[in-house]
Design a protein around this ligand. Structure first.
Ligand code: NAD
Length: 448
């Protein structure tokens, strides 16, 4: 066992993390740390990913501050035991659920929102009274370095430790006796994590990815649909787990829709996105090359240009794509938008439902029956009707996947609950006894 893990075990077992005051103080400290290191974090995000200050602040830092505020407002209530009803068979007893922290929470983070996705689970873990080991992504090394430095300055490693490194380091951490694993990343690595966790029966949350569709029906408010899809798709150059991966558009409105998509791409990123300093780059050479491999000239209708040195790829639209094309075989995670066409909603439901359950789904259309039909018949993590990404910003909506897109959820109270074991207690009376349960005392009760 690593020495800091040993220290965390001991420290947790001594009960230091349990009180409301301690948890509150740590969350306040966490917020102060993020505020103090705001500029270094923004600079690191610019260096590693080319994120603009605006995007870095809104999608990473502001998000975390709001999440901390929400936890600070509610943890006292969330952590209190909750009473439940007492059935007749339990007369005289009190029944309640205690909120118990697991112990050491290991948080493994990806590179695409490397600050937000590292600290958002940490907020829940701390609020729930756990100690934390955080493993930031090695693909955003400057951000990872800043994260380690700031956490070391603010927190002792017997409570909150940051471990940097490649996947071997993560694998080493998985061999430690941690009590909970919260993983955000790809489906293949999610499977490795779960397999490792199963050896020790460590509970896991897996926040994974997949191909999230945006479905545009013929009665959609087309201009808004195009605007919101362009926003959700090309933010962070498409490197967003819940970005619309592809668009499935009704044939009657496709031409018009694609014109509008082009208009908004130009409006948001200019006529030459490759020269726009605020347009995010692809994280590394491997992902860049993977993306270039998808660029099939016969499908290109807009964009397609790239700058190898800066690792930037233009917002790109690819039309006449079919399910058999390479780009439809795995999550794109980049600024390429394939377009599929449909004539009946049944066909969409059938095709999407045949494949792994998406992390998100976005339906654009005014007819409420169709909205219900899509949201009822297709299983997916979460999503929006007539928008993209917005569901993730509401702290009252648990966020997570289903099937191959993940298991478990977080954000707001769901984060607290994720890192909390619900310990059920019956506190029995000693004033009298329920004799019927003892052998020989009564005939068996028939439950109807
Ligand atoms: P990844 O799975 O490659 O890496 C995530 C983390 O796992 C990193 O910290 C890495 O060090 C570690 N890791 C990598 N290989 C490992 C191995 N063999 N054994 C143990 N640990 C290993 O994911 P990524 O490329 O950083 O992120 C992109 C993926 O994450 C996409 O699929 C995206 O959809 C998904 N994602 C999901 C969410 C969500 O909230 N559901 C959010 C962001 C990203």
């Amino acid at each position: 066992m690593n020495s800091f893990v040993k220290k965390q075990k001991r420290w947790f077992n001594e009960g230091h993390t349990r009180s409301y005051t301690f948890r509150k103080e740590q969350l306040v400290k966490l917020k102060k740390m993020i505020t103090t290191f705001e500029q270094p974090l923004i600079n690191a995000l610019r260096f590693d990913l080319g994120k603009s200050e605006y995007e870095a602040y809104t999608t990473e830092i502001a998000y975390l501050k709001r999440e901390i505020n929400d936890h600070l407002k509610h943890i006292k209530k969330w952590m209190s035991p909750s009473k439940v009803k007492t059935p007749l068979t339990h007369k005289g007893s009190k029944n309640y659920i205690m909120k118990e922290p697991y112990g050491i929470a290991l948080v493994i983070a990806p590179w695409n929102y490397p600050v937000q996705l590292a600290f958002a689970p940490v907020i829940g873990a701390i609020a729930a009274g756990n100690t934390v080991i955080l493993k930031p992504s090695e693909h955003t090394p400057t951000v990872s370095w800043v994260i380690r430095k700031m956490v070391e300055q603010y927190f002792p490693n017997h409570f909150f430790a940051v471990v940097e490194g490649e996947k071997e380091v993560t694998q080493g951490l998985l061999d430690q006796p941690v009590d909970y694993i919260f993983f955000t990343g790809s489906v293949p690595v999610g499977k490795i994590i779960m397999e490792k966790a199963s050896k020790r029966l460590i509970p896991v949350t897996l926040e994974l990815g997949g191909k999230s569709p945006a479905i545009v029906h013929k009665d959609a408010a087309l201009d808004l649909a195009a605007r919101r899809i362009v926003w959700g798709k090309f933010m962070n150059a498409g490197q967003t787990c819940i970005a619309p991966d592809y668009v499935y558009v009704h044939s009657d409105v496709k031409a018009n829709f694609l014109k509008k998509v082009q208009k908004y791409i130009q409006q948001f990123y200019g006529l030459d996105p490759l020269a726009n300093p605020d347009y995010v780059k692809i994280v590394n050479r491997v992902h860049f090359n993977r993306m270039i491999g998808y660029l099939d000239q016969s499908h290109l209708v807009f964009g397609g240009g790239y700058d190898e040195e800066k690792r930037r790829i233009e917002p790109t639209i690819m039309d006449h794509v079919s399910w058999n094309d390479t780009i439809m075989q795995e999550e794109i995670f980049g600024p390429l938008l394939p377009v599929l066409t449909f004539d009946s909603l049944d066909e969409v439901i059938e095709q999407v439902s045949r494949r792994p359950k998406p992390l998100a789904l976005y339906y654009f259309g005014e007819n409420e029956e169709d909205q219900l039909r899509v949201t009822h018949s297709i299983s997916f993590g979460g999503g929006c009707i007539n928008d993209t990404l917005y569901h993730i910003l509401n702290p009252h909506l648990p966020f997570g996947g289903v099937g191959e897109s993940g298991m478990g959820s977080y954000h707001g109270k769901a984060s607290f609950d994720t890192f909390t074991h619900q310990k059920s207690i019956t506190k029995q009376t000693t004033k009298f006894d329920q004799n019927f349960r003892y052998p020989g005392s009564q005939p068996a009760i028939k439950v109807i």
